[in-house]
Write a protein that binds this ligand. Structure first.
Ligand SMILES: NC(=O)c1ccc[n+]([C@@H]2O[C@H](COP(=O)([O-])OP(=O)(O)OC[C@H]3O[C@@H](n4cnc5c(N)ncnc54)[C@H](OP(=O)(O)O)[C@@H]3O)[C@@H](O)[C@H]2O)c1
Length: 322
């Protein structure tokens, strides 16, 4: 089969499409013909070695496709079923092995490419807005990179919960998309200082929660934008990791909360995986949640997908189509 292989860590150029042996499913595993694989920021951290990986490896944690074989003891799915997953390495390939415990059924009416794009980021938006800080009706919320894959999903989720969204974006095109997703206010953070504008838009109060996947470049402004006892959910580092900081700042700025959550700790049981993925798929089916596919790339152009994502040239969800 064709797959993208990383032989050694580095820039996007280390993502090379190659002919490799077909995988065979082990005990409890499914062999899946991949219809689409999601491109995620974590793939870039694994590609560079910022998140250590054994090499060589086939990247990609997220995807959807059709079961073509089942391993010993796998009983939850059968050949022909459509499944999706959000935490199984090896998705940038024509075929991949997925343990049945990490797979969910793709419901009728949800296309496989949409399902591929819904798992990792959709469930992340779910846990951030339901569990990390449960958004209440009337809360004002700050979402950075509001036209990105996570940003568009967070914005829609917060609006569905009755919140008011202040989004940050870098360009007019991104502003338009974020507003279409429901953002009430937009700050062009490349031109306007974030925290004073947030204070102005909240009558000096600050926001209940900041969802910050940008990291190094926005962290200080995120803290300065919070109301007393507000929460900073730092869920990523698109601009680089946040350096160590003095916890006393949380006291001085209003008894703030800071957390650095990750999806793996929010789908710990089958019940939790089914609950979060089920609610994401139900929202898609009912039209309340749109997965905006911002780019589709063949496996041979995986490097370009990472280059575009890290170069701030993308909006919405990126997919690789084997
Ligand atoms: N913790 C979790 O469970 C979890 C799960 C999924 C994703 N994430 C995190 O969520 C974040 C967003 O992921 P995504 O895939 O949806 O990406 P994305 O938001 O579509 O792309 C990143 C965006 O960040 C903004 N940005 C600001 N400064 C940047 C810089 N110096 N370099 C690159 N981008 C910059 C850009 O938007 P503007 O041009 O508008 O500034 C860019 O388009 C990532 O940090 C990712 O690690 C975390």
């Amino acid at each position: 089969m064709r797959a993208v292989v990383v032989e050694s860590f580095g820039g996007p150029e280390v993502l090379k499409a190659a002919e490799v042996a077909d995988p065979t499913p082990g005990a409890g595993e499914l062999l899946v013909k991949v219809a689409a694989a999601g491109v995620n920021y974590i793939d870039t951290y694994q590609r560079t070695g910022a998140y250590p990986m054994p090499t060589p490896f086939v990247p990609g944690l997220e995807g959807a496709g059709e079961v073509v074989a089942v391993g010993d003891g796998a009983s939850r799915f059968k050949v022909g079923d459509r499944v999706a997953w959000g935490a199984t390495i090896g998705s940038y390939a024509e075929l991949t092995r997925v343990h049945e415990d990490g797979a969910v059924a793709v419901p009728d009416g949800v296309e496989s490419d949409v399902a591929a794009g819904a798992m990792l980021q959709g469930m992340t938006a779910h846990y951030l807005t339901r569990s990390t800080y449960p958004v209440q009706s009337g809360d004002t919320v700050l979402v950075h990179a509001a036209a990105g894959g996570m940003g568009l999903l967070l914005t829609q989720s917060i609006k569905a919960l009755g919140g008011r969204v202040i989004g940050t974006v870098s360009t007019a095109e991104k502003e338009k998309l974020a507003r279409e997703a429901g953002a009430d206010e937009i700050i062009r953070y490349t031109e306007t200082e974030i925290a004073p504008e947030v204070r102005r838009l909240t009558d000096g109060q600050g926001v209940a929660v900041v969802y910050d996947g940008v990291g190094k470049d926005t962290f200080d402004a995120s803290l300065e934008s919070l109301r007393v006892r507000g929460t900073l959910a730092l869920f990523g580092a698109a601009s680089g990791p946040v350096p160590p900081f003095d916890l006393q700042r949380l006291n001085a700025a209003g008894s703030l909360f800071v957390t650095r959550p990750t999806l793996a700790h929010h789908v710990l049981t089958r019940e939790e995986l089914d609950w979060r993925s089920g609610e994401v798929f139900a929202a898609i089916q009912s039209g309340r949640l749109t997965i905006r596919i911002g780019g589709r790339y063949p496996l041979a152009e995986a490097a370009r997908s990472h280059d575009d994502l890290q170069g701030r040239r993308t909006t919405g969800k990126l997919l690789l189509i084997p």
